[in-house]
Design a protein around this ligand. Structure first.
Ligand SMILES: [Zn+2]
Length: 359
C-alpha cells in the first residue's frame, strides 16, 4: 500500500537527530578564503556565524571570506570589515587568527586544539548541550581536599561529604528510601549533614576538644550548606589543623554508624581520640616510608679495609669502550698494612660487558 511517505529507518533517524553535533562542531580553517561563504558558515574564532543584513545588496549574498582579506598579504581588511559589519561583529572577525602556514581552506573540528575529530569531545559537547548540569556544580577549592595531609579514605570521605553523597537520613529520604528522619545520635532533630557534623550535642563537644570550634562557629551562618562550610573552614586552617578537622569529621560519621548498626554510644572524647589515633598512625607510616625512601636514595658508604694479617688484597676494576672495541682492566695489590705492592693496567680487544669482565 502506498502511504505517500516512507518512515525513515531507526539508524537514519538516529544519525539525523545527531546532525547538530556536526553542524555545530565544524569550523573552517582559513586558507585562501575562496571556498568559505562569508554568511552562514562557521569560520570566526569564537564559533559564531555571520548572518547577511536584511537590507543588504543582493550582490553581497555570494561574498566569500577572501573578499574581506587584504589583496596582497593575508591580513584582514579592517576598514572594510568595520564599515560593513560595525564594531561588534568586526572586532570578532579581527580577532580571528590568519595563518600563512594554512594554504587551503579546510573544515576542522572546533572542539579540539589540533582540529581533529574525537568521539570524546563530541560526547562532551552533546552532554553540555543537552543536559543542564549547572546544579551539580559545587563551588569550592576541590583540589585543596586532595592536598590535605590525611589518609586517602578520609579525603575520599570529605569529597563525598561536599558532594552531598553521605547517606544521612535526610539524603536517604530524598532518594526515596523509606526510613525515619530523626538523628541517630540524639533522636531529637532531623538528621542532615549539618546536624550530624556540627549541631548534634555529642559532635559539638568533640569540636570543643579539637580547639577548632571558635573557627567553625564563625563560619556557621545558618544558611550555608555543608560543602560551603567545609571549604570556608579549610581555607583558613593551617595544614595540621586541616588534617585534624577532616579526620574528626570522618570519626563523627564512624560514631554515628556505630550507634546505628552496633548500638554503641560513644563519648565526644572517644570520637576525638579515634581521629587522633588514626591520624597519628598514618603520619608515622608516612614518616617511615619517607625515611625508607631516603635511605634507598643515599648510597651506602663503602670504605676500603686492610686485608687480614699476612695476606694481600687485590682490587680489580674493568671497563670497556664500544667505540674502540677494547676492554680495560686495572689491578692494584696492597699488603696487610695497606701499603702499595703492585699495580697493572691492561687492554684487551674482545668486547664484552662490564659484569663479565669484573667477574
Ligand atoms: Zn543529633
Amino acid at each position: 500500500m502506498d502511504c505517500g511517505y516512507i518512515l525513515p529507518s531507526y539508524v537514519w533517524r538516529s544519525i539525523w537527530s545527531a546532525k547538530f553535533v556536526v553542524t555545530n562542531g565544524y569550523k573552517w580553517s582559513i586558507g585562501t578564503g575562496h571556498n568559505i561563504p562569508l554568511w552562514g558558515s562557521r569560520w570566526i574564532t569564537d564559533g559564531s556565524i555571520l548572518t547577511i543584513p536584511n537590507n543588504a545588496d543582493v550582490n553581497l549574498s555570494d561574498m566569500r571570506v577572501v573578499d574581506i582579506l587584504g589583496t596582497t598579504v593575508k591580513r584582514w581588511n579592517s576598514s572594510l570589515i568595520t564599515n560593513m559589519l560595525g564594531d561588534q561583529e568586526g572586532s570578532k572577525i579581527l580577532q580571528t587568527p590568519l595563518y600563512d602556514s594554512v594554504s587551503q581552506d579546510k573544515i576542522i573540528w572546533r572542539f579540539e586544539k589540533n582540529g581533529k575529530y574525537w568521539v570524546k569531545s563530541a560526547y562532551r559537547y552533546c552532554i553540555e548541550d543537552t543536559l543542564d548540569i549547572s546544579h551539580l556544580q559545587v563551588q569550592g577549592n576541590w583540589n585543596l581536599i586532595w592536598q590535605i595531609q590525611a589518609p586517602p579514605k578520609i579525603k575520599n570521605f570529605i569529597w563525598r561529604l561536599c558532594r552531598n553523597c553521605i547517606p544521612t537520613r535526610t539524603r536517604l529520604l530524598q532518594k526515596g528510601v523509606n526510613c525515619p528522619c530523626n538523628c541517630v545520635l540524639c533522636d531529637d532533630e532531623t538528621e542532615d549533614s549539618l546536624h550530624v557534623f556540627m549541631f548534634c550535642d555529642t559532635v559539638k563537644q568533640a569540636w570543643y576538644n579539637t580547639g577548632l570550634w571558635p573557627i567553625i562557629q564563625q563560619r556557621l551562618t545558618g544558611d550555608n550548606n555543608m560543602a560551603e562550610l567545609v571549604f570556608s573552614i579549610l581555607q583558613v586552617l593551617a595544614s595540621e589543623q586541616m588534617s585534624i578537622f577532616v579526620t574528626v569529621l570522618w570519626s563523627m560519621w564512624q560514631s554515628r554508624n556505630n550507634k546505628l548498626w552496633r548500638n554503641q554510644t560513644e563519648t565526644a572524647s572517644a570520637v576525638y581520640d579515634r581521629a587522633c589515633t588514626v591520624l597519628t598512625e598514618w603520619q608515622s607510616v608516612q614518616a617511615e616510608q619517607t625515611e625508607s625512601i631516603n635511605r634507598q636514595l643515599q648510597p651506602a658508604e663503602i670504605k676500603w679495609t686492610k686485608p687480614s694479617l699476612g695476606r694481600y688484597k687485590c682490587n680489580i676494576d674493568a671497563s670497556f669502550s664500544s667505540e674502540l672495541n677494547k676492554v680495560g682492566i686495572g689491578t692494584c695489590i696492597r699488603d696487610d698494612q695497606g701499603r702499595f705492592v703492585l699495580a697493572k693496567t691492561e687492554w684487551f680487544s674482545p668486547t664484552c660487558d662490564v659484569e663479565m669482565d669484573e667477574a
